[in-house]
Write a protein that binds this ligand. Structure first.
Ligand code: 13P
Length: 247
């Protein structure tokens, strides 16, 4: 399957940041993997214009479960698609924490995203306390079962394993721990959506950087990365793209 290097800009970036995108495209015009950047919603349309005709896809970081209505400040999946997005990140741990999003809400958003023609990137991952208590597989199994739409196909779903304690900390699980989770994810996803699971890109996220990308990409069933901080700079994200293309 095609691998995916995805960047999550979170609440970072203004028009000036688009120079990083131009630099990325100049350095990696035709990588042997998919490239995606998810900027703040204010930049989606401009980034999509810049990426037109290139190998770069553009995505959102959240959407509402409803198609339209009285929801001040929210965006529907169709609006993201209209702005030029092809993907949307859903259920990121920062939203599960900051906005108390539940698995059921993430499921509803993912269904709405897929109806609107977007690829839903569903994020799951354990906290440090849950890992220390030996509950990692239990927690991510529950999140997967609760937030992945049953009718998902390989072209409409990406799953990102992001251990909460590895996000923005510079710490990562061991290679064996990532391998254990990704094998488990594939098995559970197969139980949920059948043979389609084999074609779903399974991403690892949490402190991925140029220096550790190659060893993470060598792990079985790691089909790419969801990158936070290191996706903001063309040089760093480009190095991660190159590592994935070579994996
Ligand atoms: P960092 O790469 O900054 O650890 O963030 C990971 C992440 O949360 C991507 O969604």
């Amino acid at each position: 399957m095609r691998k995916l290097a995805a960047g999550n800009w979170k609440m970072n970036g203004t028009a000036a940041s688009l120079s990083e995108v131009a630099a990325l495209l100049a350095a990696h015009p035709a990588p042997a993997c998919d490239m995606l950047l998810c900027p703040p919603a204010t930049l989606i349309a401009r980034m999509a214009d810049l990426a037109k005709g290139s190998a770069l896809h553009v995505g959102g970081q959240d959407c509402h479960a409803k198609a339209s209505g009285a929801h001040t400040g929210d965006l529907s999946a169709a609006m993201l698609a209209d702005a030029g997005a092809s993907h949307v990140i859903l259920g990121h741990s920062e939203r599960r924490t900051d906005h108390r999003e539940t698995d059921a809400q993430v499921l509803a958003k993912a269904e709405a995203a897929q109806v609107a023609g977007l690829v839903a990137i569903i994020c799951i991952g354990e906290t440090e306390a849950e890992r220390d208590a030996g509950r990692t597989l239990d927690v991510i199994g529950t999140q997967l079962a609760g937030s992945v739409p049953q009718g998902s196909r390989a072209e409409t779903l990406v799953v990102a394993y992001e251990p909460v304690w590895a996000i923005g900390t510079g710490r990562t699980p061991t290679i064996a721990e990532i391998a254990e989770v990704h094998a488990f994810l594939l098995a559970r996803l197969t139980a949920r959506i059948g043979a389609e699971a084999a074609g779903v890109q399974l991403l690892y996220g949490g402190s991925v950087k140029p220096s550790n990308a190659a060893e993470i990409f060598a792990v079985p069933h790691v089909d790419g990365a969801l990158v936070g901080g290191a996706s903001l700079k063309a040089a760093d994200f480009g190095a991660i793209v190159a590592a994935l293309a070579a994996a």
